[in-house]
Design a protein around this ligand. Structure first.
Ligand SMILES: Cc1ncc(C[n+]2csc(CCOP(=O)(O)OP(=O)(O)O)c2C)c(N)n1
Ligand SMILES: [Mg+2]
Length: 651
């Protein structure tokens, strides 16, 4: 309450209401080492109700993480390590960014899934190399959010027995008492998912919560929800139990009254040494990790090959053979010169790369046979085999949002490279998890197929028009829309190699022709935009992406026949192109040469490249239900249209 008061901003209610739950978990159960927040076998802790960030910061500070009191004093201040909501990468010990309610529990499901898969793959008789719990705090808000249904339903089905969620059942959210808008029987709901539910725990009784956690840990196959009855803002005489406690500072008088009521006489930010001594997890954490290190060393002696791959995966490094494999894929794909749908080219790339990448976990939202994120070596994870055979492909079911957020959890856990697919139009369903991946700067590969009107008969509900443009708006998101098999392979390689952010790979349903390129052009694909086909003294540049690149090429030929020389630039990834230096960008798009772009989607964003005097050919309306080829003609995606646009800009 003091930090929130000092910031005059924040959420005191949840930290005060979940304090005893935190005492039970963090003092009696959580296995972690404050000196090494990256210890691979630590228990994971996710604060899904991220507005209670001050609780997490207090716990990290008290148990001995590198988070000094000065940072707590600076809560919510610019460049502090204590931002308003927990942010991954900013604060040691914060396992994921939370705040968008419901996503934390989905991340936790991903972490618990990661633990299961890794344990199945690496543990050997006598060696529990991977053996940890994933704990998650959730509030009413998280459980109201639809994503909690998606994620928890799957967690129950997949029998993630080492996932333990503690529910802050305080009956309050921002608008008041939740009874008016959240009257589900939550225990029954989670039992229906196949969870163990521990009901009616007094969340202010440390021993009761402790006993519930013990019971949860004994359960081997079902995830556990511990329903803790709590009072929001407990301790505050006037605010306790009210929505007023949720999201505003208590005020100087109420802070004083709370101090008196709970008998805490110390000044703000003053913690007696005895309290620090009682809370410190440093000695025990060091002991726990040391013990694990001994296991890891013995494991490395007994199973050196496995140990080496495990170490590499945990470090997030690519295998030694990667550069050669990537080069071979590019070479072979180019040599084959196939006309293919890029979704199929994508599967070919996955098939070539996956054997090298045991960290790859594929998946689809009930569309594996359409999005082709599976490959011959993919092993579907099933409830029956998760503890033994493990696997590397998740049938997420029709749960796009959870799929993306669970993938984030897999990455955050470490040792995994998630990739999963659905139709591009349903990217919207998962959107905030894509944004969180970008915000956290974590690798996650989102495969989106059926990327335009080209999908045809399913019609406008399924035809993306604004999606490529809107995904490009997410800072740090690399969006790829390859035009053929070779660009598809390059996109996959870039997405796998990218360590500091997610990638969206947009693929066609329909066939696209192979494009001939020289070695320099092939090498330049990774720059996001490059000269695919040049002419001497070009009078215009045509920029194309994906399935429309072929229109640019056809137009170039027609124009050449009329004596008009143009250059074709392929721009599979605008963000990659934007990151190139000015000299490269100017070389590809020379100043003073007029430009035309062509993409079967909204024109938004393209004037950045064609300028105000250029022409952006696109589709600024929804599509129609008809065969894809017909729609391209109907909406003017033809070489003739590109030709006339070029003529209009060179005059
Ligand atoms: C997806 C999303 N929607 C809305 C919000 C804004 N918001 C933050 S906390 C909250 C209410 C949460 O209620 P509860 O989880 O019960 O928290 P409590 O007040 O009990 O701490 C809302 C609506 C958000 N953070 N995320
Ligand atoms: Mg609540």
């Amino acid at each position: 309450m003091d930090a929130v008061q000092a910031a005059n901003s924040g959420h005191p209610g949840m930290p005060m209401g979940m304090a005893e739950i935190a005492v039970a978990l963090w003092q009696r159960h959580l296995r972690h080492n404050p000196a090494n927040p990256a210890w691979p076998d630590r228990d994971r802790f996710v604060l899904s109700n991220g507005h209670g960030s001050m609780l997490l910061y207090s716990l990290l500070h008290l148990t001995g993480y590198d988070l000094p009191m000065a940072e707590l004093r600076n809560f919510r201040k610019l460049h502090s390590k204590t931002p308003g909501h927990p942010e991954y990468g900013m604060t040691p010990g914060v396992e994921t960014t939370t705040g968008p309610l419901g996503q934390g529990i989905a991340n936790a499901v991903g972490m618990a899934l990661a633990e299961k898969l890794l344990a199945a793959e690496y543990n050997r008789p006598g060696f529990d190399l991977v053996n940890h719990f994933t704990y998650c705090f959730v509030g009413d808000g998280c459980l109201m959010e639809g994503i909690s249904h998606e994620a928890c339903s799957l967690a129950g089905t997949l029998a993630l027995g080492k996932l333990i969620a503690l529910y802050d059942d305080n009956g309050i959210s921002i608008d008041g008492q939740v009874a008016g808008w959240f009257a589900d029987d939550t225990p029954k709901r989670f039992e229906a998912y196949g969870w163990q539910v521990i009901r009616n725990v007094d969340g202010h009784d440390v021993d009761a919560v402790d006993a519930a956690i013990k019971k949860a840990k004994r359960e081997k196959t079902r995830p556990t929800l511990i329903c803790c009855k709590t009072v929001i803002g407990k301790g505050s005489p006037k605010r306790a139990g009210t929505s007023k406690a949720h999201g505003e500072a208590l005020g100087v008088d109420e802070v004083a009254a709370t101090r008196a009521a709970i008998g805490w006489s110390h000044a703000p930010f003053e913690i007696p040494q005895a309290v620090y001594d009682g809370w410190s997890a440093k000695a025990n954490g060091a002991k726990l990790e040391k013990k694990w290190q001994r296991v890891a060393r013995a494991y490395a002696k007994a199973h050196p090959a496995e140990a080496e791959v495990f170490k590499r995966r945990v470090a997030g490094a690519l295998p030694a053979g990667w550069p050669a494999a990537a080069a071979a894929l590019m070479e072979q794909t180019n040599a084959k010169a196939e006309t293919l749908a890029t979704r199929k080219a994508s599967q070919n790339a996955i098939t070539a790369l996956a054997p090298l990448l045991p960290e790859m976990v594929g998946g689809s939202a009930d569309l594996a046979g359409s999005v082709f994120t599976n490959w011959p070596g993919a092993v579907v994870v099933t409830p029956g085999s998760i503890n033994t055979a493990g696997g590397n492909f998740i049938n997420y079911g029709v749960r796009e949002f959870a799929m993306a957020a669970i993938g984030n959890g897999l990455t955050l856990h470490g040792a995994f490279l998630p990739q999963a697919g659905t139709f591009l139009t349903f990217a919207d369903y998962s959107r905030n998890a894509l944004r969180m991946a970008a915000l956290m700067k974590i690798r996650n590969i989102f495969v989106f197929t059926h990327d335009s009107i080209g999908l045809g008969e399913d019609g406008p509900t399924h035809q993306s028009v604004e999606h490529a443009a809107s995904l490009r708006l997410i800072p740090g998101m690399d969006v790829w829309r390859p035009c053929d098999t070779v660009e598809t392979a390059a996109a996959w390689i870039a997405a796998v190699e990218r360590r500091d952010g997610p990638s969206c790979l947009l693929f066609t349903r329909q066939n696209v022709p192979f494009q001939q390129r020289d070695a320099a052009a092939i090498d330049n694909i990774r720059r996001g935009g490059y000269v695919l086909s040049d002419a001497s003294a070009p009078r215009a540049v045509i920029i194309g992406t994906g399935s429309e690149l072929q229109l640019a090429m056809a137009a170039k030929e027609k124009l050449a026949a009329e004596g008009i020389a143009v250059r074709v630039v392929s721009m599979p990834s605008t963000s990659l192109f934007d990151r190139q230096d000015a000299a490269y960008r100017d070389a590809v798009l020379p100043r003073g040469v007029p430009r035309v772009s062509v993409e079967a989607g909204v024109t938004e964003g393209w004037h950045k490249y064609v300028g105000l005097d250029g022409v952006a050919i696109g589709l600024d309306r929804f599509g129609e239900s008809a065969p894809g080829g017909e729609l391209f003609k109907y909406f003017g995606f033809t070489p003739e249209k590109v030709v006339s646009a070029v003529k209009s800009v060179i005059k």
